[in-house]
Design a protein around this ligand. Sequence first.
Ligand code: ISE
Length: 336
Amino acid sequence: MSVKIGLIGLGMIGRDHLKRFRNVISGAEVTAVCDINHAAADAVASEYGVTAFYDAEEMINSETVDAVFICSIGPVHKAQILAAFNAGKPVFCEKPLTPTADESREIIDAEVKAGKRLLQLGFMRRFDPGYQALKQAIDGGELGDIMLIHCAHRNPSVPESYTLEMAVNDSATHEIDIIRYLLNENIVSVRVDKPRKKTSRALPHLQDPLIVIFETESGVRIDDELFVNCHYGYDIRCEVIGENSIAALNEQQLIATRSLTGNAQHIAQSCMERFATAYDREVQHFVNRISAGLEMSGPSSWDGYVVALVCDAGLASLNDGEKHDVVIPQQPALYR
Ligand code: ISE
């Protein structure tokens, strides 16, 4: 029997997932969509032949949905997640879990009280074949002791609504999660450097690029270049420096073109393009767990909470330029 999905939030990523459910995912169908923008909800509902809702809680409690798929903006995640928990329905939530760690803590407490994992968080990079191969190389020991990681997070441009804080909460959040995933350890400190030079392509309220320095429990040092108006493409780089050898994400295209102008490879222009496979795989994973009657697995609320703690420290550093420590409370047994 097909899992009936209620999808909240019809922005760019919400619409991308809608298409994914229609064209790629098996074992599930979107039966309802919800957006506070009535016209958007009505238009998408009629295009897809599904029910439109304007109120998330009403949709979550409706019998037309078995599972909740949250693609709304971060500030409304907490209320929607807690409503889904109350209705006993599994939840997929796009990152960030919540904009602050305090709100994420409330979600942890509610899930621990429920006694089972009800949520999969949308840290799609964990499902990317490249990052998975990097993890395998690290876990297999062939790189030796890991000392440094160089990351770059480049977007062609960002909309006017993108704030300086979003460089940490919305963009660096991906590196924060993937570093923990790759190294199997927590980040203990964070410092944000604001280079004196800034791209003329950035809107005046932004400082772009930024460099973020993280340190992990064992002392691995990570630098993360956040350059969200790089102009040329959506380019995500990660190079892991081990004592014996170095491993890095490769170029993403299957072919390269050789011509009079040289050797060329297409560069993705959006996260939807660059991480298409990862998105497909994370959503199929969510559906498969529900179909099999299993608890949620993969990136958890706990991961979202810990990332939010690092982001809180990152925002403090963005403000004062100092290094900030991250203190992580004991992990509840549910997430071990
Ligand atoms: C956006 O929200 C994403 O999640 C993208 O993956 C990231 O590259 C971008 O910087 C964020 O704004």
